[in-house]
Design a protein around this ligand. Structure first.
Ligand code: ADP
Ligand code: MG
Length: 321
């Protein structure tokens, strides 16, 4: 199977009939994409490298899902609606038994989210998957990192820490029974981008970020951009029953600094609590309040009774010394 046959067989799909935003998809030198009137284009790229971002044991269908999901999570964090994406692939070989399930996992999520694959690049090389996603957001309404204000509540969607717990099992540091392992492994390998929640938070949240590198590190980006500090109740952070059965130290490490959560962290004034709970109910995603923004710089992590919690882990950084 040559390069062009590979693209035609696995990735070329007809552009959805009547698509206003995608005038031209795969097959020419460029795709032609336009947001609706009054909308800004939101653009994001995320690359997944074997051994760095995923284990070679991951099922190809889950890898296809996750490669797109992590990009849609970035659009969600900005309150953007996904439109289209491109896929740059380096493959060690043209392997049907990898490509067919990979494409199936990718397109299943793409169809569920109404987003079209409009182009890409395919080359031989060590397995590497780079997706660029395009979304749209009403002009001036994107949720950004710099809008948190003193007194705002801190919120997070879903549950944290399961992906990290799964990684600890793969590393041989933790043992779980088969059903528990499958649950946390699913969190690691099939994250659900919070696209509908992100859109529902436009005009309500003051800032937002998606959690990819661990809560403490990612919250740090919001605090720095907004020039504020925060108090976080480590015991208020939402976690699964599987994680809640682990030692408190491991629970805290997983929820505070686990990484790969792909939940939304956002801030909003206390006066908007009812609006946020209503928005979350409407889109069917649980949200939890876990702290408050401070005028003074610095992040203070405390337990349920207000005692400081030692946080010795940092957010994930590929080039950390
Ligand atoms: P060019 O040489 O002009 O860059 P290519 O031969 O690389 O074009 O690609 C041919 C067409 O197939 C283009 O429309 C490109 O966007 C698309 N394409 C290539 N690889 C992929 C891929 N992995 N997924 C989706 N579309 C792809
Ligand atoms: Mg090319």
């Amino acid at each position: 199977m040559g390069e062009f046959e590979l693209i035609a067989r696995h990735f070329k799909r007809a552009v959805r009939a009547g698509s206003r935003r995608v005038a031209l998809g795969i097959g020419d030198d460029c795709a032609l994409v336009a947001p609706d009137e009054g909308m800004q284009l939101a653009v994001t790229t995320d690359m997944l490298v074997e051994g760095r971002h995923f284990l070679s044991t991951v099922a190809p269908a889950r890898l296809g899902h996750k490669a797109l999901a992590v990009n849609l999570s970035d659009l969600a964090a900005c309150g953007a609606e996904p439109i289209a994406f491109t896929l740059a692939l380096a493959l060690p070989r043209a392997d049907e038994s990898f490509l067919a399930p990979f494409a199936a996992g990718l397109f299943a999520l793409a169809e569920a989210q109404g987003v079209e694959l409009v182009g890409g690049d395919t080359t031989a090389g060590p397995l590497n998957i780079c997706i660029t996603a395009f979304g749209q957001v009403p002009r001036g309404q994107a949720l950004l990192r710099d809008g948190a204000r003193a007194g705002d509540d801190l919120w997070v969607s879903g549950r944290l820490g399961d992906a990290r717990l799964a990684l600890e099992v793969f590393r041989g540091e933790v043992a779980l029974d088969a059903a528990d392992f499958e649950q946390v492994r699913e969190a690691m390998e099939r994250p659900q981008p919070r696209v509908t929640l992100g859109r529902a938070l436009r005009g309500v949240a003051t800032s937002a970020i998606d959690l990819s590198d661990g809560l403490v590190g990612d919250l740090g980006h919001v605090l720095a951009a907004s020039n504020v500090g925060a108090v976080v109740d480590a015991d208020a952070l939402p976690r699964s029953t599987v994680l809640a059965r682990q030692s408190l130290a491991l629970q805290r490490q997983c929820v505070l600094a686990g990484g790969d959560d792909y939940e939304l962290l956002f801030t909003a004034p206390a006066s908007r609590r009812a609006a946020i709970e209503a928005a979350a109910r409407l889109v069917g995603v649980p949200v939890t309040r876990f702290g408050q923004i401070d005028a003074a710089a610095g992040l203070h992590v405390v337990d349920r009774v207000g005692q400081p919690v030692e946080v010795s882990w940092r957010g994930f950084d590929h080039f950390a010394p």
